[in-house]
Design a protein around this ligand. Structure first.
Ligand code: PHE
Length: 356
């Protein structure tokens, strides 16, 4: 029995892993193991011998079992120790920086414009970017044969043969939202509509997709003076200073009279500067809403008048933030976006001061 004991205690001490421990368990104390065989021999013994040998065998079995489990847990500890050595993590190392996205100047300026007009009591309206030619043209007093229809460089959507839905266009301006909001809310009304518009045009100050904000105010005693005040108030708040503007008599089919507004600027040293120089950049069209347009929107032109304007958001962004080329706005060049973008937590607001 002492030999048996020495043999197994030695083997257990030398076992290299859990599998070896399990083999030894089966060999020593398993159902057909050596101890079990010895137990069977008890039957052939005299009762006296059995009384001595029985407890000894049981004690041996217990001893081997506890040696097995002690070895097993020390192997597990060693394995864990080994793993911890290879998988350790230095929590004192500095973190890896993650770059933050930025707010695109167009989003920024749209927010600024919206804040200023909201402060003057204008609500925000929206309309679809794919419009019927009725909303985009006819309702705005631009009939089929009108030259303005060609001048707009319109993108028409494709229509399959036999499709007799009305022709659709990518809206060439935000003015169709004038009609849509007249239909929706009637008069009086005071809305702006910022959004995307499309024209087939491409150079330093034109891209085929750009942004406008439409404005519309209708009431019983609205005049051109109100229009001029609102626009000047807006421009002063937006640029944070009185900027030199030029109101030019102009023509739009949907307003009468009409005026275009330019802002004084210079284009020197690869940047555009507002409020200096001999150049002018046209930033908006405006006028008193044509009676036919009011009628198309279901409003009685004998009772109501209004003014409307359409401002180029992209142009405003170029001027305010000194960005010389409009095309770069939509190139998605990360260097450009990081340079001209705005930190999301550092945006100019009306209450925080729009100009930094
Ligand atoms: N829709 C005109 C344009 O895109 C701008 C405008 C809007 C003019 C409203 C007058 C009134 O050029």
């Amino acid at each position: 029995m002492d030999d048996l004991r020495d043999k197994y205690i030695g083997l257990i001490a030398d076992a290299a892993d859990e599998a070896a421990i399990e083999d030894l368990r089966v060999q020593a104390v398993g159902k057909k193991g050596e101890i079990a065989l010895k137990m069977r021999e008890l039957g052939k013994m005299t009762p006296e011998e059995r009384q001595v040998m029985g407890p000894k065998l049981n004690a041996l079995k217990d001893e081997i079992n506890s040696a097995l489990s002690a070895k097993k847990s020390s192997l597990a500890d060693a394995a864990l120790e080994e793993r911890l050595k290879t998988e350790w993590l230095d929590v004192t190392l500095p973190g890896r920086g993650r770059r933050q996205g930025s707010i695109h100047p167009i989003s920024q300026v749209t927010e600024e414009v919206t804040a200023i007009f909201a402060d003057m009591g204008f609500a925000v309206a929206e309309g679809p970017q794919i419009e019927t030619d009725w909303y985009n043209f006819d309702a705005l007093n631009i009939p089929g044969h009108h030259p303005a229809r060609a001048e707009m460089d319109t993108f028409y959507t494709h229509r399959a043969e036999g499709d007799n839905r009305p022709p659709h266009v990518l809206r060439t301006h935000t003015s169709p939202v004038q009609i849509r909001s007249m239909e929706k809310t009637g008069a009086p009304t005071r809305i702006i509509c910022p959004g995307r518009v499309y024209r087939a045009d491409y150079d330093q100050t034109h891209t085929p997709m750009f942004h406008q904000v439409e404005g519309l105010a209708i009431d019983k005693d609205i005049s051109m003076a109100n229009l001029k005040w609102v626009l000047e108030e807006f421009l002063t708040a937006f640029f944070g200073t009185t900027v030199k503007t030029r109101f030019r008599a102009s023509h739009f089919p949907f307003t009468e009279p009409s005026a275009e507004v330019d802002i004084q600027c210079s284009w020197e040293d690869g940047s555009v500067k507002v409020g200096e120089g001999d150049d002018w950049l046209e930033v908006l069209g405006s006028g008193m809403v044509h009676p036919k347009v009011l009628a198309a929107g279901g409003i009685d032109a004998n009772e109501y008048q209004g003014f409307a304007f359409g401002i180029g958001i992209d142009r405003l962004a170029m001027l305010k933030y000194g960005i010389p080329d409009l095309r770069a706005f939509f190139d998605s060049d990360l260097r450009w976006l990081r340079h001209y973008g705005f930190a999301s937590l550092d945006q100019p607001t009306l209450h925080g001061g729009l100009v930094r």
